[in-house]
Write a protein that binds this ligand. Structure first.
Ligand SMILES: *Cc1c(COP(=O)(O)O)cnc(C)c1O
Length: 389
């Protein structure tokens, strides 16, 4: 057999500090504030619909584009919240989580050698999806600006776009920084897309989880953007069901048909009994999500306060499950080094932000903490943080 077995295009993605820290946390019994998933269930009504669907025989392949009822619910949700109109039959596609939607989009739209612009730090699946398609990524680094907030460097974005750029990926609210892009930033991004005829791929999995009264404004709602944007979201983060892996992509019929062509030979379909449950959630459980949002905002504040007391310089989190903190006031220079030692030193796990970057220098001093955990877990984490000196 030829060695190594793994293709050169995937070799850069094999070993990650992410896996290392997760394993370290498991071995040491650390409170894990590294992993971004909730430790409580989603709305009862939603869980019940899934159980009833299994009991009543919704267990075979659903239609390739997704259950019509779910596609209708997704279309209604985008119309009610954002005023966007998507035809459920031709402009909505159900996928196996946002992850498959992103990967299928790359495979469908990116020719080998085409460039895709990513904002860094980036969600870990983006560079892999670009590589699978044979694309080349160009990254634009967020800059730590005033008020402890990460900002988009619009000039750097313009500079990253060239004649071979096909698409741009935008994640707002943004994991791992917690940044929600401002209307001015969105307008600048939209202008870059229009000027350079780019496709925008938006990752909106945190669309309901914005704090302090901030509102989510999809890039697709900006002038001239609906016809060039694929808007991606999923059930996982909004309804605390990250294991269900029901996602969706909305956009112009031609682009959605392209994504469907790739998706049908990746998984064809998935999660039949979850699809009616997600339709139920989008139609009936938004008040539940509002409560989740309020709880998460409170938990964010609690964690921020604890990190501040422990001596970190805490950055702003305007959305998502995450808050980032600067380790330098504690006498450290490298977040990865601190994250490797934290589980054994104080029994706490967190993730260094540099692992989400091509150029780790700008974020070497930052660590990401997740606050989507039960109060008991957060409180225990905070008690352990007090031991950090
Ligand atoms: C969790 C997450 C995803 C993955 O979503 P799934 O629906 O579970 O595939 C995608 N993007 C971001 C930014 C995430 O945090």
């Amino acid at each position: 057999m030829r060695t190594p077995a793994l293709t050169t295009r995937l070799q850069p993605f094999t070993s990650t500090i992410f896996a290392e820290i997760t394993e370290l946390a498991r071995r040491t019994g650390a409170v894990n504030l590294g992993q971004g998933f909730p430790d409580t269930d989603g709305p009862e009504g939603m869980l019940r619909v899934a159980q009833e669907a299994i009991a009543s025989g919704v267990n075979q392949y659903p239609p390739g584009a997704g259950e019509p009822e779910l596609r209708a619910a997704i279309s209604e949700h985008r119309a009610a919240r954002y005023g966007s109109q998507y035809d459920p039959d031709s402009q909505v596609l159900v996928t196996v989580g946002a992850t498959e939607a992103l990967t299928a989009t790359m495979l469908a739209l990116v020719e080998p050698g085409d460039e895709v612009v990513l904002v860094e730090p980036y969600y870990d699946s983006y560079p892999v999806a670009v590589a699978m398609a044979g694309g080349v990524r160009r990254t634009v680094a967020l800059k730590q600006g005033s008020e402890h907030r990460f900002e988009l460097d619009v000039d750097a974005l313009r500079a990253a776009v060239g004649p071979n750029t096909r698409a741009l990926v935008l994640n707002s609210p943004h994991n791992p920084t917690g940044t929600v892009f401002t209307d001015a930033e969105l307008a600048a991004i939209a202008e870059v897309c229009r000027d350079n005829d780019l496709i925008a791929i938006t990752d909106e999995v945190y669309e309901h989880l914005l704090y302090n009264g901030r509102q989510h404004h999809p890039l697709a709602t900006l002038p001239g953007m609906a016809e060039r944007t694929l808007s991606i979201s999923s059930v996982g983060k909004s309804f605390s069901a990250t294991g269900w892996k029901i996602g969706w992509v909305c956009g112009p019929a031609e682009l959605v048909a392209a994504v469907r062509a790739a998706k049908q030979f990746m998984t064809f379909v998935g999660g039949a009994p979850f699809q009616p449950a997600v339709a139920h959630a989008l139609r009936n459980e938004i008040p539940w999500v509002e409560q989740l949002r309020a709880d998460l905002q409170r938990k964010r504040d609690k964690l921020a306060e604890g990190l501040d007391s422990a001596g970190f310089d805490v950055l702003a989190s305007e959305g998502t499950y995450f808050i980032c903190a600067d380790v330098r006031p504690l006498g450290f220079t490298d977040g990865a080094e601190l994250c490797r030692s934290l589980p054994e030193r104080i029994g706490l796990a967190a993730i260094p932000v540099q692992v989400f970057c091509d150029n780790p220098d700008d974020t070497r001093h930052l660590v990401r903490f997740a606050f989507c955990k039960r109060d008991e877990v957060l409180d225990e984490g905070l008690r352990r943080l007090e031991k950090l000196e």
